[in-house]
Design a protein around this ligand. Structure first.
Ligand SMILES: [Zn+2]
Ligand SMILES: [Zn+2]
Length: 139
């Protein structure tokens, strides 16, 4: 279990109820877009505007607590930044984002040989159809 308050305090950020609610949504979902976060937490904070949620998300991103995933053809999603390095599989049918740990050392070595390029970090997004959606269309 991640200590959300510690995450905020270690970056000198106040643990406001809004920030805690946003981070809880992100942890619960794994990957989630701004509109869904807003929809889910507006039940607990009916007076909070989308702009306030956006502002908080921006702050959390600026301080490296969350990471933004730029998914082509869909809304950007957010995830907790401090995780084991991983890449993403994106289902074009249901929109699911699946974490995957793959070893990119072979790719990095190829880039070094082909372009004399030294990779410091690498985010892979693979687009396709997840097993749930494939099994559905098979039947
Ligand atoms: Zn799917
Ligand atoms: Zn992820």
């Amino acid at each position: 279990m991640m200590n959300i308050k510690e995450m905020l305090y270690s970056r000198n950020l106040k643990a406001t109820p809004q920030r805690l609610a946003i981070l809880n949504e992100i942890i619960r979902a794994g990957h989630i877009d701004l509109d869904t976060i807003y929809k889910n937490i507006s039940k607990s904070f009916p007076s909070m505007s989308l702009a306030t949620v956006y502002k908080n998300i921006h702050t959390l991103k600026e301080h490296g607590i969350i990471k933004e995933l730029a998914i082509s053809g869909a809304k950007n999603k957010y995830e907790i930044a401090e995780q084991k390095p991983h890449h993403h599989l994106i289902c074009k049918v249901c929109g699911d984002v699946i974490d995957i740990e793959v070893d990119t050392s072979f790719l990095n070595q190829q880039l070094k040989e082909l372009k004399d390029f030294e990779v410091s970090n690498c985010d892979i997004y693979c687009y396709g159809v997840c097993s749930k959606c494939r099994n559905k269309s098979d039947s």
